[in-house]
Design a protein around this ligand. Structure first.
Ligand SMILES: NC(=O)c1ccc[n+]([C@@H]2O[C@H](COP(=O)([O-])OP(=O)(O)OC[C@H]3O[C@@H](n4cnc5c(N)ncnc54)[C@H](OP(=O)(O)O)[C@@H]3O)[C@@H](O)[C@H]2O)c1
Length: 364
């Protein structure tokens, strides 16, 4: 039964009485307080559910299988940029272990040959290498993009890992940043990534848009520096933030065409770029990091509520979740913490550089 009318009249200040279905209902709580409580309860429920989901994803829920991007004949290729070291090398290895043929993109031919040799002999897959300095615009880079585009048209390219990235040599105030360093960061992180994706995406759409065909994947490696603005790494931080927005816009355009586009967030990982040599709970090895990425497809983990984005490694996931939890407040404190951390790192890096210079001076 539905009440055709609800009568409200106030007989005590702030205590309205509702006449509902023939009953008088006196409200002891002022309406504004009731509304605020309801909003609070809704937020609490949202965060409780998302935290519960985060824990489930990190413990028991299985991610979607990476094989979803493979064609039935097992001859699918995965392209990994920046695959001669760090995270990219590990992507190349683990994708080869999963029986993807691998397209290797890097700037050093000898290093690419070594990786190719390792993957072919250890995992019995095919490889194809493209030698290109992705930070340098011009005819060589354009030619590499054309060749990769042609390759994608005549082979089953199902996975693109936009891994290559460049950062500052050390934390540096924006006003003192060298223009060459800035150009290198922007060309590598943004222009190359966007141009390469543009070169291969038509072939991916073609392979994945018909019913029953395998999905394609475009994964770009982001950074929590793009999520929490990072003073003294302003250019790097800005490029990673740009990749996040670009990913989401593109993801929506092609999701109905069978191409999944996503940004994978990372905090520190042991590598040349981070200059961290020893792993810890907060700083995984590239191997453990990549393993977490390839076993958690479809799970946002630390990026709860943010579409087309995920933060797979468990400590990074908690960090990312915490930043999202308190919204504005945590971003303000996050920026403060990072500002202090980068100032300290800069001081130490400058001292180290000066010591090395002195040592060089003595040995001459
Ligand atoms: N490590 C971290 O803590 C961390 C944190 C967040 C996000 N990330 C992101 O993760 C990705 C991989 O970083 P990483 O730590 O693995 O870096 P890394 O150890 O420095 O490796 C970078 C790879 O990219 C290649 N590369 C760099 N510049 C290139 C260029 N101009 N042309 C062609 N290849 C080039 C390097 O080749 P060479 O072997 O020739 O140098 C190497 O193979 C980046 O996008 C980075 O922003 C890293």
């Amino acid at each position: 039964m539905v009440a055709d009318t609800i009568h409200v009249h106030t007989h005590l200040a702030g205590h309205p009485t509702y006449h509902i279905l023939g009953h008088d209902l006196v409200l002891d709580v002022p309406i504004p307080a009731l509304i605020l409580s309801a909003i609070g309860a809704a937020f609490l429920l949202r965060y409780t559910l998302s935290f519960f989901r985060l824990i489930l994803e990190l413990t028991v829920l299985p991610g979607k299988n990476v094989k979803r991007y493979q064609a039935r004949d097992g001859k699918t290729w995965a392209l990994v940029t920046g695959c001669t070291g760090g995270i990219g090398l590990e992507f190349a290895r683990q994708l080869a272990k999963n029986k993807f043929n691998v397209v290797l993109v890097g700037r050093r031919k000898t290093a690419l040959d070594e990786v190719a040799q390792e993957l072919e002999s250890k995992y019995g897959v095919e490889t194809k290498s493209f030698v290109v300095d992705v930070a340098t615009p011009g005819s060589a880079r354009d030619e590499a993009l054309t060749q990769i585009e042609l390759f994608s048209k005549s082979n089953d390219l199902g996975v693109l890992i936009n891994n290559v990235g460049a950062s500052h040599l050390m934390p540096v105030p924006f006003a003192e940043t060298d223009r060459t360093e800035m150009t290198q960061i922007i060309e590598t992180n943004i222009n190359w990534t966007i141009f390469l994706t543009r070169a291969v995406i038509p072939s991916m759409i073609a392979r994945s848009s018909s019913r029953g065909s395998p999905k394609s994947l475009i994964m770009t490696i982001g950074s929590l520096s793009g999520r929490i603005p990072s003073p003294l790494l302003a250019t790097y931080s800005g490029t990673k933030a740009a990749l996040s927005t670009w990913t989401k816009a593109l993801a929506k355009e092609v999701e109905k065409k069978g191409v999944e586009v996503e940004l994978v967030q990372a905090a520190f990982v042991v590598s040349n770029m981070s200059k961290i040599r020893r792993s810890s709970a907060l700083v995984p090895t590239p191997r453990n990091f990549v393993q977490s990425v390839l076993t958690s497809f479809g799970q946002p983990r630390g990026a709860q509520g943010r579409p087309y984005e995920r933060t797979p490694f468990w400590t990074h996931a908690f960090l990312d979740y915490a930043v999202g939890f308190a919204g504005y407040l945590s971003e303000v404190s996050g920026i403060k913490v990072i500002d202090k951390m980068h100032k300290d790192i800069r001081k130490r890096a400058i001292r180290k550089y000066q010591r090395e210079k002195e040592r060089e001076g003595k040995s001459e």
